[in-house]
Design a protein around this ligand. Structure first.
Ligand SMILES: [Zn+2]
Length: 142
């Protein structure tokens, strides 16, 4: 069943009408079986309902995006948990600590994590020190 909003071109009266299909609407219109509920004129047209469809679709897209976002967020939080349990946090000293591990082979150390600037990472890479950048979510964020 399809519900169309019909508009009478004679008196501007608007009314809803149900049809089995869009073909049925065309058939009834051709046979002059569609008339205005107000003035009985046969000069009746269906109005375009597209804006309503667009609204529905955009709401749906938003819902999907939110699910996607939450899934990604959950994955990142999982990484963070692993890193916190297995790596040592060095804060802003990341570049310094990374070098000290790299150049002092006797020093036994866990992996480290912390903050580094793009410039730091570029220099570390040039020195052959492998650092990974991962997205990080502030835990206080809701
Ligand atoms: Zn009318």
């Amino acid at each position: 069943m399809i519900k169309y909003k019909l508009l009478c071109k004679e008196c501007d009266f608007k009314f809803d009408s149900w049809f089995a299909s869009s073909n049925e609407y065309e058939r009834l219109k051709k046979k002059k079986l569609l008339n205005c509920h107000n003035c009985n004129s046969f000069n009746v047209e269906k109005t375009i309902m597209a804006p309503q469809l667009i609204n529905r679709k955009s709401k749906l897209d938003k819902k999907i995006d939110l699910q996607k976002y939450n899934k990604v967020k959950k994955t990142i939080i999982g990484y963070q948990k692993f890193i916190k349990e297995n790596f040592k946090y060095v804060g802003n000293n990341f570049a310094y600590e990374a070098r000290s591990i790299h150049y002092d082979s006797k020093k036994k150390s866990k992996g480290i994590y912390g903050s580094a600037s793009k410039q730091d990472l570029k220099e570390l890479k040039e020195e052959g020190i492998d650092a990974q950048i991962i997205p990080w979510i502030d835990e206080n964020e809701n």
